[in-house]
Design a protein around this ligand. Structure first.
Ligand code: IMP
Length: 420
């Protein structure tokens, strides 16, 4: 099977970086298709911890890395990441689509100030300028990476900065002033470092597929944060779902063979918005502490709750999932009983649907399973953990490929291989 999309099945932070890293070993190329510096992927390997925001997670294997048109790029962050990886003695074999849009400092300023102006209705944005960059793209006035190779984008930037200043001063009542010359100095300093990486990513990926190479499409964020199918408006501004791989890279849907959903053994969410299985109290706090549930990008504590299979079934439908990877199983150690949600109660009626606009009113209906103290008996999963895994497969109706049992690269059980 030459092409696999890896997608978050919940609200992000499912441990996609580790699974991408694991699968990247047998991939020829790894391509990111959406999002930007709002993502935070942690890879722990060979005693090294690498935290990435934009570079695809296959980087530790020195694979061909690609960044598709659907990604938005913070030049400074990407440039720092490339330097960080090179300083570890790892080659960065990277091509960035010329069609990918650039996040500039005025996008960050607008993002942060819009968020403040939302008062009680805050989205919980990472403040990395993601929404405003995609807004400029859709307004058809954004700056693309390919423009950095020319000099004719200045007028567009002048207009964008004018608009940004007007919004900041007149709508958001902010006294910050974005200076055109300063932004141009920034672009002239960081932009040229990126020029050599720019290329035709769609062509490269399609040719790789023509040549039966293994292509891994790496999603950032997750299904429930999708701008169209997530818990709008508490979402990101791109399409993390599997379909986003087609538009974000420039490949047809017929070229995708497998879609692997990454699902934490419980549920977390960072930022605001509905969360039916959220646990406020000691169990939620235990999951947060044991699971080290604090954001990679912002350090914010993540809200925690039991596993919601009703939502995973929704993720299966929206993405066409063909399999799952179950992560952070070890975090569930030490519970007498573990609860799993299989449906919701809304207005006194049980539903196996996920009514996005009414999610706030949905109450989870749980079933209970025996918990476990230690995940392993000898070197196999204990009976209770096996039962947990079996139930997930039965209810969602797709096989589990990988089970992550700890943060390290080797702490993973491979039940099936996405490439075979
Ligand atoms: P934005 O994408 O920075 O605008 O943030 C929008 C929402 O998506 C906020 O609730 C963020 O916390 C959430 N979000 C964005 N990126 C990630 C991620 O990589 N993991 C988890 N949540 C994220």
């Amino acid at each position: 099977m030459p092409s696999v999309v890896i997608v978050g099945a919940q609200w992000g932070d499912e441990g996609k970086g580790k699974i991408v890293d694991f699968c990247a070993k047998d991939a020829d190329c790894v391509v990111r298709y959406q999002g930007g510096a709002n993502a935070g992927h942690t890879i722990i390997a060979d005693g090294r911890t690498l935290k990435l925001q934009i570079l695809p997670s296959g980087v530790l294997y020195s694979k061909q890395l690609l960044i598709g048109a659907g990604v938005v790029i913070d030049l400074q962050i990407l440039s720092n990441e490339i330097e960080q990886v090179k300083s570890l003695g790892i080659d960065v074999n990277l091509v960035i689509s010329g069609k990918a849009h650039v996040t500039l400092p005025y996008h960050n300023a607008l993002d942060q100030k819009w968020e403040i102006s939302r008062e009680e209705k805050k989205i919980g944005t990472t403040g990395h300028g993601i929404g405003p960059t995609y807004a400029d793209k859709m307004r058809r006035h954004g700056v693309r990476m390919e423009e950095l190779t020319r000099e004719d984008y200045q007028e567009k930037i002048r207009i964008n900065i004018n608009i940004a200043n007007k919004i900041l001063h007149h709508i958001l009542n902010d006294d910050q002033y974005i200076d055109f010359d300063e932004i141009m100095r920034y672009i002239r300093e960081v932009g040229p470092r990126m020029r050599d990486y720019i290329g035709d990513v769609s062509k490269i990926v399609n040719e790789a597929l023509d040549n039966e190479q293994n292509v891994l499409f790496e999603g950032a964020q997750a299904t429930m944060l999708d701008i169209d199918h997530g818990t709008y408006p508490y979402v990101t501004s791109s399409n993390p779902i599997a379909g986003g791989a087609c538009t974000g890279v420039g490949v047809g849907p017929t070229r995708i063979d497998q879609v692997l959903g990454i699902c934490k053994a419980y549920t977390t969410r960072v930022g605001a918005g509905p969360f039916p299985t959220e646990l406020i109290g000691p169990i939620g706090e235990k999951l947060q502490v044991v699971g080290k549930e604090f954001g990679t990008v912002t350090g914010r504590p993540r809200r925690c709750g039991w596993l919601d299979l009703n939502m995973i079934r929704y993720a299966k439908r929206i993405n066409g999932l063909t399999g799952l990877a179950l992560t952070k199983m070890d975090v569930l150690n030490g519970f007498d009983k573990v609860k799993v949600c299989n449906s919701y109660l809304i207005d006194g009626i049980e539903t196996e649907n996920v009514p996005i606009q009414d999610l706030e009113r949905c109450k989870p209906i749980y079933f209970e399973l025996d918990g476990w103290n230690s995940l392993f008996e000898g070197n196999v999963l204990c009976q209770e953990a096996k039962e947990y895994v079996k139930k997930i497969e039965e209810i969602v109706g797709i096989p589990i490929y990988y089970i992550s049992t700890g943060p390290g690269r080797e702490e993973i059980i491979c039940l099936r291989n996405v490439w075979s």
